[in-house]
Design a protein around this ligand. Structure first.
Ligand SMILES: C[S@@+](CC[C@H](N)C(=O)[O-])C[C@H]1O[C@@H](n2cnc3c(N)ncnc32)[C@H](O)[C@@H]1O
Length: 284
């Protein structure tokens, strides 16, 4: 692939998904675009790019962005966020939302391991919200990931990553060489296509947002804009969970860290007003 073609793909990814592809990511193009070229019946990646550039075919452009996204994920990733949500946040939100519901957003949900982990955690701990119902909305830009997530189909390798054996046996059934999530668990998650560079207002308000291991692919202005838009859909007593390698510090002043809890944030307005009991506790 020549540098102009690489530049074309890099600009497309940035414009459409906010994703930055550095020059060191050439190998990703080779491994991810090869299968797409074959699927389209084209002899090489160079031919694929030529066709995409010449035709500007929307379907092909969308597929190119889709296959270029990184979908690495696993069940109960990093464990601590799920534990914090279960032990600290959901009991508090349960008290604050009596007679209402709690909404959780898995933003950048990939093939579904994150929202299904949330669903299993809720199913295992039915009393933590004091009877307040919980809704899980899971979104991603990549249709290929959402398709798999909706089917709830996982390989042996995937169910061996982070999923306790008791949960595998309780919530999954073996289907050939795959494992399929139970219908009950599938019904707990609503999967939707959503691009984080758009306004999430269309999805409604969320008490908890998991946006984990997604911002790492964006440049600073995109991170800051995405965080600003997420802040717009979280109430003052809501929470944001980022990935272990991500932070809001130096990127957005719309969130403040919860002391002693890496990757967990509350809306910054809440810090000033001490609206979040966890922040108030942390500061005293
Ligand atoms: C590395 S996975 C992380 C999955 C999961 N959150 C986790 O922590 O395991 C990143 C996901 O973000 C999605 N993504 C990347 N850019 C996006 C965008 N602009 N809008 C929505 N999703 C995006 C990718 O398609 C991918 O599924």
């Amino acid at each position: 692939m020549n540098s102009q073609d690489f530049e074309f793909v890099a600009q497309l990814m940035h414009k459409r998904a906010g994703i930055v592809l550095g020059g060191d990511k050439m190998y990703l193009l080779e491994s991810r675009l090869g299968p797409l070229a074959r699927k389209e019946g084209l002899p090489s990646i160079d031919d694929l790019i030529q066709v995409v550039r010449a035709r500007r075919d929307e379907r092909l452009l969308t597929q190119l962005v889709d296959v270029m996204t990184t979908s690495e994920t696993f069940f109960f990733r990093d464990r601590t966020p799920f534990q914090h949500l279960r032990e600290a946040v959901l009991p508090l939100l349960g008290q604050a939302r009596k007679g209402q519901r709690i909404r959780i957003w898995s933003a950048g949900c990939s093939t579904g391991q994150e929202p299904y982990s949330l669903a299993m955690m809720l199913d295992q701990n039915p009393a933590i919200t004091g009877g307040v119902p919980v809704e899980i909305v899971a979104t991603d830009i990549a249709e290929r990931c959402l398709d798999r997530a909706r089917q709830g189909l996982f390989t042996q390798f995937e169910v061996q990553r982070g999923l306790p054996i008791q949960m595998l046996l309780k919530y999954f059934k073996q289907q050939g060489d795959r494992w399929v999530v139970s219908d009950a668990l599938k019904q707990m998650v609503e999967f939707r296509e959503f691009n984080l560079i758009q306004d999430p207002g269309v999805l409604g308000q969320f008490d908890v947002v998991f946006c984990r291991n997604v911002l790492i692919y964006f440049d600073q202005p995109t991170k800051s804009a995405v965080l600003g838009r997420i802040a717009g859909v979280i109430p003052p007593d809501g929470y944001l969970y980022l990935g272990g390698a991500e932070t809001v510090l130096g990127v957005s002043d719309r969130f403040a860290p919860i002391a002693g809890q890496r990757g967990i944030y509350a809306p910054a307005a809440a810090t000033a007003a001490a609206a979040s009991p966890l922040l108030a506790g942390a500061g005293s």
